[in-house]
Design a protein around this ligand. Structure first.
Ligand code: IPM
Ligand code: MG
Length: 360
C-alpha cells in the first residue's frame, strides 16, 4: 500500500527528531512492503520566517489531502525569540491551534506509562510506583478556553482581559464516546476530570459523560475534580487507566503525567478527528536550548509514528515492530541525555534512530 504522509518538522529540535522517525518509517516500509510518500509542510516559527504567518492555507489544504500528518514540534524560546514580539494570533502556537481546528482534531490521546527500563528516571518513590502505571489521557482539543472568545479591553482606565470557556453538548458527547471506546480496549476504567463544583461547563461535561456511560456498562466511570486529580497523579498514578478531560485541564494534567513517568522524551501523542485521519506528534516541546546539537531524544516522535501506523493506517503489526524495537534499544542500555542513568551508553539523536532502525 502507498500512504501519503504530510510532514511538519517545525521548530527547535523538530527537524532532527522527525528525520529519525522518517528513517524508522522507511525501514517499516521496506520490511513490510509499504511505501510512504512524504510532503514537507511549514507550520509555526519556520512558517512565520518564510510567509509571515504561522499557518498558511496551503499547509491546511496539503495536510487535509494527506492520509495523516507527522509533526515534530513548534515554537521557540518565549523570552528571546522574535516570534514572541508578534501579536498572539501570529505566534507559532497560533499555527498549531489553527491546524487542530481546521482539521477538526478534537480527540487528543496522550499515553503516559512507566518503562520498566527507565524506572530510575521516575521521580516517584518505589513504594508508590508499585507495579508501575499505564494511563491514557484523552484531552478534548478543539473547544474550551483555547477557542472561546477572548479580548483585552480598557474601561474607565482599567485594563481587563477576558477569555471564555465554552462547551456545547455535541462537543462533549463526541469526545466522551471516544473516551469510552478507548476504555473498552483497555482496562475499562474511565476517570472523567472536571471542576463541576465551580464551572457550568464542567457541570454540563459531567452530565453528558454520565449519559454516554450508560451505553458502556462494562466501563467503570468515576468523576474527579481537577485539583484532586493533579494530586492523585503524584500520590497514586497506578489508579488511572483512561483520564478524560477538557482542553485546558488536559494540557496541564498531561504534562504532569508525563513528568511522573520521568521520561517526557518518550511520550507520543495522537490528535484525531472522526475519521481515520490524525496528526501525530511527541508530547514534549521544541527544546530550543538543545536544537541542532544531536542531543534530543527522538523516541517520542518515533512512537508517534507508530501510533500513526496503528490508528490511521490499521498497521498493528508494523506499529508493534516499532514499539518492540524501542523497548529493545532500552534493554540494550542505550540512552539519550534526558533518560541517561549510570551504566548505560549515552547516544545522540541520530545514533538512537539508527539503533532503533537496526532492531526492526
Ligand atoms: C500542547 C502544547 C500546546 C497546547 C501549546 C504549544 C499551544 O502545550 O500541545 O500541550 O497548549 O495545547
Ligand atoms: Mg501542553
Amino acid at each position: 500500500m502507498n500512504y501519503n504522509v504530510a510532514v511538519i518538522k517545525g521548530d527547535g529540535i523538530g527537524p532532527e527528531i522527525v528525520d529519525e522517525a522518517l528513517k524508522v518509517m522507511n525501514k517499516v516500509g521496506e520490511k513490510f512492503h509499504h511505501t510512504f510518500s512524504y510532503t514537507d509542510l511549514l507550520l509555526g516559527g519556520v512558517s512565520i520566517d518564510v510567509h509571515g504567518v504561522p499557518l498558511t492555507d496551503e499547509t491546511v489544504l496539503a495536510a487535509k489531502a494527506a492520509d495523516a500528518v507527522l509533526m515534530g514540534s513548534i515554537g521557540g524560546d518565549t523570552n528571546t525569540s522574535p516570534w514572541y514580539k508578534l501579536p498572539a494570533n501570529l505566534r507559532p502556537e497560533a499555527g498549531l491551534l489553527g491546524i487542530r481546528k481546521e482539521l477538526n482534531l478534537f480527540a487528543n490521546l496522550r499515553p503516559a506509562y512507566l518503562y520498566e527500563e527507565l524506572k530510575a528516571a521516575c521521580p516517584i518513590k518505589d513504594e508508590i510506583i508499585g507495579s508501575g502505571f499505564d494511563m491514557m489521557i484523552i484531552r478534548e482539543l478543539t473547544g474550551g478556553l483555547y477557542f472561546g472568545e477572548r479580548k483585552t479591553i480598557e474601561e474607565n482606565g482599567v485594563t481587563t482581559a477576558i477569555d471564555t470557556l465554552t462547551y456545547t453538548e455535541p462537543e462533549i458527547r463526541r469526545i466522551a464516546i471516544r473516551g469510552f471506546e478507548i476504555a473498552m480496549k483497555r482496562k475499562k476504567k474511565l476517570t472523567s476530570v472536571d471542576k463541576a463544583n465551580v464551572l457550568d461547563s464542567s457541570r454540563l461535561w459531567r452530565k453528558i459523560v454520565t449519559e454516554v456511560s450508560k451505553d458502556y456498562p462494562e466501563v467503570t466511570l468515576e468523576h474527579m475534580l481537577v485539583d484532586n486529580c493533579a494530586m492523585q497523579l503524584v500520590r497514586d498514578p497506578g489508579q488511572f487507566d483512561v483520564i478524560l478531560t477538557e482542553n485546558m485541564f488536559g494540557d496541564i494534567l498531561s504534562d504532569e503525567a508525563s513528568m511522573v513517568t520521568g521520561s517526557i522524551g518518550m511520550l507520543s501523542s495522537a490528535s484525531l478527528n472522526d475519521t481515520k485521519f490524525g496528526l501525530y506528534e511527541p508530547s514534549h516541546g521544541s527544546a530550543p536550548d538543545i536544537a541542532g546539537e544531536d542531543k534530543a531524544n527522538p523516541i517520542a516522535t518515533i512512537l508517534s509514528a507508530a501510533m500513526m501506523l496503528r490508528y490511521s493506517f490499521d498497521l498493528d503489526q508494523e506499529a508493534q515492530a516499532v514499539e518492540m524495537a524501542v523497548q529493545k534499544v532500552l534493554k540494550d542500555g542505550y540512552r539519550t541525555g534526558d533518560i541517561m542513568s549510570q551504566g548505560c551508553t549515552l547516544v545522540g539523536t541520530k545514533k538512537m534512530g539508527d539503533l532503533i532502525v537496526d532492531r526492526i
